[in-house]
Every structure is written in C-alpha cells, then in structure tokens.
Design a protein. Structure first.
Length: 153
C-alpha cells in the first residue's frame, strides 16, 4: 500500500509541476524576470548557454530541497514530491531543450501526433519576440487545437 501512496505522490507532484511551469513562465519569465528569459526568444549570443538557463537552477532548488529534507526524515512524502519535481525537470529538459530546440542533435524527427503538437505550440509561443502577448506557456499539456492543426497537415 505504501508503494501505491508514494507513486501517487510522485504523479501528483509531476502533474502539478505543469501548472507551476505555466504560471512561472507566464507571470515570472514573461514578467519581472524577462531580463533572464528574453534571450530565449531573441537570440542575442551565439554561445551554447543562454541567460534563460538560470531557470534550470531556479526550478531545481525546490526538488533538491524536497529530496534532501525527505531523505533526512526516512523518505517521507517530501522525498516523493522531490522525485516528482525532478522527473518533471527531466521531461522538460528532454522535450524542451533536446526535442524542440535541438540543443543536442538527437530526437530530431517524430511522426507522433503529440510531439508534433508540442512542437507547433512551442513555435507559436516563440513567434512573440516580446514579453507581452504570449501564448502556450505550458510544456507537456497542449491545447486541443494544436492536435487538430497537426491532423489536418
């Protein structure tokens, strides 16, 4: 029974992170921390790293803290929340940095409807070069209209 409970905690944390990512992206990255995020929309340097990469560290801190304090208390619920947050971070990295932006030249092509919809939604997000008037702030949840657009192509 404990393994089911812990698995549910991991899943809940993972799913909740999509909401956290959406809210943070819309109101913080496209808000008062636009100075760190804008080079992700407007390529200002030719280097591998962007100022936007600092968000990786910012997002990692809650997961690291939850893992640390959860392990100190015999793998209590904080540990499993940290696992969910960390797994979301891994998924975000694989989809956003590797699949969508091709920072590493793997996973280039996919005929999968879901992945095509994610790529289209993210491309729509990036058509806005300023912090205002953005759309599609999430990562793993894609509005249904992007699936329809992919099916019609």
């Amino acid at each position: 029974m404990e393994i089911i409970f812990n698995t549910l905690i991991v899943l809940a944390a993972f799913i909740s992170m999509e909401g956290v990512a959406w809210l943070t992206h819309k109101y913080i990255m496209h808000g008062f921390l636009w100075c760190l995020h804008k080079d992700h929309h407007k390529k200002e340097s030719s280097g591998f790293f962007e100022h936007n990469d600092f968000f990786f560290l910012i997002f990692a801190l809650p997961g690291i803290n939850a893992l640390y304090f959860g392990m100190r208390n015999q793998h209590n619920y904080l540990f499993w929340i940290g696992v969910g947050i960390t797994l979301y971070g891994l998924a975000y990295f694989l989809i956003h940095d590797i699949f969508i932006h091709q920072r590493f030249k793997i996973f280039r092509n996919s005929d999968n409807l879901y992945f095509k919809a994610i790529r289209r939604a993210h491309k729509t997000h990036h058509k806005h070069l300023n912090k205002e008037e953005g759309e599609c702030f999430g990562m793993l949840w894609v509005p249904i209209n992007y699936f329809r657009k992919q099916k019609s192509n």
